[in-house]
Design a protein around this ligand. Structure first.
Ligand code: SF4
Length: 362
């Protein structure tokens, strides 16, 4: 968990990990090893996740000595809000600045069933999906688990003012979560903990572009969280055009890994299928897709894509979206069309960050 971090204010390079990267048991272990009582761990967790403290000094029931020790060993990650946009449908999009100056996006979506937050796992992304603005500047660095946790805490703090809570988490923001696997798993454990934010496993969804070895590893973890695959094409040729990762991890092998996951966990898989006008949205694509997922315990999420200024793709007309859906249904496939949110803000993944980067380089 040791990381080299640059403090933006002091420009000092530190090796301090974020305290949000620690599970309660790990924190208790650290306290005991440093001559402190184990029960202090729960007190600290309370400050972090219930009182949502933003500094160690605030932790008034800890001795000054312990507060200093904590500050010497850890960073209490606070994200600076660089931009905040609110849509007319209540969707909130945040551009947060990390303490090395990099920026990340986090989105809060309002649903009937609760408030869902979409978190980022990497600064940029190296996967190179042709429809995605997040990958334009490449991968800068992985986020530490605590930096992912801090996004949830920060948005929860904004919701506190409205007496609401973050009830659902989707790991679908900037980055490929399976490319930062250990931090993502640590993040899951921390937000799922009763002593922390207590977000139920079944309320958490992780999505991958298809890093096959990690899918097998993830299946073996036997977690109760929801699992989604960014599919976007019904055959390997088209998928390689849309998502270069398919050249390394081919569709037939991906489907084998998905089958393994379903068998191992007994859980249903979701396939995310973005509809790109004239590219993958024809009836024959829907028929091919139905054949591909036949017999699998799965669900298909159709996503009418937003126009991304940096890319050439255009929206699929409404009637075509319904035709595509109907074809899948006629083949007995479980399918829904994702409700669009944040239409009047930079809602597509990476758009806000890409816009800010462009403005910075002007
Ligand atoms: S869609 Fe996801 S995996 Fe693909 S480039 Fe964008 S952030 Fe990376």
């Amino acid at each position: 968990m040791e990381k080299t971090l640059i403090d933006n204010e002091t420009k000092e390079i530190t090796q301090k990990p974020s305290i949000y990267s620690y599970e309660l048991q790990e924190l208790e272990k650290w306290l005991v090893e440093n001559g402190e009582k184990k029960f202090r761990g729960k007190q600290i967790y309370d400050w972090l996740y219930k009182k949502r403290a933003t500094s160690f000094e605030e932790m008034s029931n800890l001795s000054k000595d312990l507060r200093e020790k904590l500050a010497d060993h850890f960073v209490l990650t606070t994200l600076k809000t660089a931009v905040q946009q609110t849509s007319s449908d209540g969707t909130m999009k945040f551009l947060f600045e990390l303490h090395d100056g990099y920026t990340i996006e986090t989105v809060l979506m309002r649903h009937e069933y609760g408030n869902s937050i979409c978190v980022t796992t990497q600064v940029g992304c190296r996967i190179g999906c042709t429809f995605c603005a997040s990958t334009l500047g490449g991968l800068k660095r992985n986020l530490e688990a605590g930096e992912i946790v801090a996004q949830v805490v920060k948005v929860q703090k904004a919701l506190d003012e409205q007496g609401e809570r973050v009830s659902h988490v989707v790991i679908m923001g900037i980055g490929e979560p399976f490319d930062n696997y250990d931090s993502m798993i640590q993040f899951l454990k921390i937000i799922n903990s009763d002593d922390g934010l207590n977000i139920g496993a079944r309320h958490i969804t992780v999505s991958t572009s298809g890093i096959i070895p990690k899918i097998y590893q993830f299946a073996d973890e036997k977690l109760q969280i929801n699992f989604a695959i960014s599919l976007h094409a019904p055959n390997t040729e088209l998928r390689s055009r849309l998502m270069p990762i398919n050249r390394a991890y081919k569709l037939p092998d991906l489907m084998k890994a998905v089958k393994y996951y379903i068998e191992k966990t007994g859980r249903r898989v979701s396939f995310e299928y973005g509809l790109f006008g004239g590219v993958n949205d024809q009836v024959e694509h829907a028929e091919e897709l139905a054949k591909l997922v036949k017999g699998l315990k799965c669900h298909i999420n159709l996503i009418p894509v937003n126009y991304v200024p940096e890319r050439d793709y255009v929206r699929t007309p409404k009637e075509q979206i319904f035709k595509f859906e109907r074809t899948l249904k006629d083949h007995g496939v479980n399918v829904t069309i994702r409700r669009e949110q944040g239409h009047d803000i930079d809602a597509a993944c990476g758009q806000l960050r890409a816009k800010e980067r462009k403005e910075e380089t002007r």
